[in-house]
Design a protein around this ligand. Structure first.
Ligand code: 1GP
Length: 235
């Protein structure tokens, strides 16, 4: 793996709006994953985020929050991931909410704990696509152009290919991979087992696994080693 800002290869994304039992949470946190990312597109509140953070804090792994709603920002995470949805036509999702956050919180913002993600939303049926109106009908070259805006024009630390809920087009992911030089490339979406985990891991720096935790925990746990044992293809 190339030297990246976060040495994370595998991340589990937990949704504060979904139920996960104590035993299941323990299995997730002791699975060998590199970090827990707390976030979701809908139903995330201050209360359910605090509650989930407190439970994850029983374990030693890093816990980051991906901010999607200003009202739900909770202090105490190790890191805050800030999405800028580059392929949304609504500038609120690129910098509008961000401007309001800075106006509201100003000097309270722990800048050194923030990591900006150049989000490219590629599954039109996902909640995040509906919420942001993202143009997810992009070709590989279109997605790669947005990725280069993040990587080369904006120097964002992270490019996040977000297929939430559906496994992505690996040709598109490959095209993006070929063009991203500096940003850490995250992939998330539709990983339900080791085969998909391995494919995404070959092309991306960091693989995010979400939904399957709630659908088939055993398969979810197997993705950890699948990702970690897969070498990245060098381009
Ligand atoms: C969602 O990218 C993550 O934000 C992971 O996607 O839930 O489909 O695994 P899944």
């Amino acid at each position: 793996m190339r030297q990246k800002i976060q040495p994370w290869r595998h991340v589990f994304k937990l949704d504060p709006d979904r139920e996960l039992g104590d035993r299941e949470l323990e299995a997730v946190c002791l699975s060998g994953t590199d970090a827990i990312l707390v976030g979701g597109s809908t139903g995330v509140t201050y209360e359910n985020t605090v509650a989930l953070l407190a439970r994850v804090r029983q374990y030693e792994l890093p816990c980051a929050m991906e901010i999607s709603d200003l009202e739900a920002v909770v202090p105490g995470f190790d890191l805050y991931m800030i999405p800028m949805v580059l392929n949304s036509p609504d500038t609120d999702w690129i910098l509008g909410h961000h401007r309001r956050a800075i106006e509201r919180y100003g000097s309270l913002i722990p800048w050194e704990q923030l990591l900006t993600e150049g989000y490219i939303v590629l599954n039109g049926d996902s909640s995040v696509a509906r919420l942001t109106g993202a143009d997810s009908s992009l070709s590989g070259d279109g997605a790669a152009a947005y990725a280069q805006i993040a990587d080369k024009l904006m120097s964002l630390p992270v490019v996040y290919l977000e297929y939430s809920g559906a496994f992505g087009d690996m040709n598109t992911v490959r095209t993006v991979r070929e063009t991203v030089e500096h940003s850490q490339l995250f992939y998330g979406g539709g990983i339900t087992g080791v085969a998909e985990a391995g494919q995404a891991a070959a092309l991306c720096d960091t693989v995010v696994v979400g939904n399957v935790i709630y659908q088939n925990l055993q398969q979810a746990l197997l993705t950890v080693q699948a990702v970690k044992q897969t070498p990245q293809i060098e381009f």
